[in-house]
Ligand binder design. Structure first.
Ligand code: C2E
Ligand code: MG
Ligand code: MG
Ligand code: MG
Length: 279
């Protein structure tokens, strides 16, 4: 009996593992093709001023519609792109596309402060990163002050490697934001040592602002901390008016989230900008 159970369990796991490996291979091959053939789109989520409601800029977010498997979340394909190093050419394309789009919006007369682009640790540590960013800014004629690079705590953890790159970017005039703040192995020391401009409060704290006093305490503290350190703060994942009201009452100046808009295709984002200009 035990042997039988063990046997069938073994089978079950094998099948599951097979499926997992098959999917992974399928995604890996698909990803390679998608990177070559411009199969990955850039979507744009508006970032707004909490007080005036004005659109300040956009965060560029990668979107992949697999020909057979359908929509694949960045939470699945970005780690895969990192594992396979495809993130380097992919990230470069996303950066270029996002800066091109930003240039176009500025040329159309929209008054935007920034385009935010996520960089993964592998990209950030790649020796070509500085020349890539320089080349993209030159090609697109986007002023470095308008480009914000979003870094995660996994990058800043490796401070020996990360610090010189951050300093070079700062010297170029690029803005640096720390994404998902509060979720990693937060060490406060890098907040004082690293040349950051902005903290992005992770959406997990925003989501339960009204249920959980501890989340309110975290949000309040991050806002105060940023203020004391002379950093900007942006709240991500704002889904309700009540959450926005709370942030306003705490003096948080910027936000993004489904409450105003999901990430939009470039066409949708352009239409939104045109509508808001007419208002
Ligand atoms: P992130 O940079 O923290 O991006 C915010 C994520 O929250 C996005 O998920 C966005 O669609 C989602 N979001 C925004 N507002 C709301 C809201 O109100 N409610 C909820 N529930 N979610 C909201 P997305 O696009 O699935 O991206 C997931 C993560 O994948 C990103 O987290 C980022 O770490 C990574 N990623 C996405 N695009 C890129 C990219 O171009 N390069 C790199 N390196 N990473 C990327
Ligand atoms: Mg981000
Ligand atoms: Mg984030
Ligand atoms: Mg995230």
């Amino acid at each position: 009996q035990a042997k039988q159970n063990g046997g069938s369990q073994y089978c079950f796991y094998t099948e599951e593992m097979d499926q997992h490996i098959t999917r992974k291979l399928q995604l890996e091959n698909g990803l390679r093709k998608a990177v070559e053939q411009e199969g990955i789109d850039v979507y744009y989520q508006p970032q707004l001023d909490v007080f005036s409601g004005k659109i300040i800029g956009f965060e560029a977010l990668a979107r992949w519609n697999h020909p057979d498997l359908g929509f694949i979340s960045p939470d699945e394909f970005i780690p895969l792109a990192e594992e396979t190093k495809l993130i380097v050419p992919l990230g470069e394309k996303i950066l270029l596309e996002a800066c091109r789009q930003f240039r176009q919006w500025m040329d159309e007369g929209h008054d935007l402060e920034r385009i935010s682009v996520n960089l993964s640790a592998i990209q950030f540590m790649d020796p070509t990163i500085i020349s890539t960013v320089e080349s993209v800014l030159r090609q697109t004629e986007v002023a470095p002050e308008h480009l914000e690079i979003e870094l995660t705590e996994s990058i800043v953890q490796d401070s020996v490697q990360a610090l010189p790159v951050m300093h070079r970017m700062k010297k170029m005039g690029i803005q640096l934001a720390l994404d998902d703040f509060g979720t990693g192995f937060s060490s406060l020391s890098y907040l004082k040592d690293f040349p950051l401009d902005t903290l992005k409060v992770d959406r997990s704290f925003i989501q339960t602002i009204h249920e959980n006093e501890k989340d309110r305490a975290v949000v309040d503290t991050v806002i105060q901390l940023a203020d004391r350190l002379g950093l900007s703060v942006i709240a991500e994942g704002v889904e309700t008016e009540a959450q926005l009201d709370y942030l306003r009452s705490r003096g948080c100046v910027e936000y993004q989230g489904y409450f105003f808009s999901k990430p939009l295709s470039k066409t949708e984002a352009s239409a939104l900008l045109t509508r808001s200009m007419a208002m």
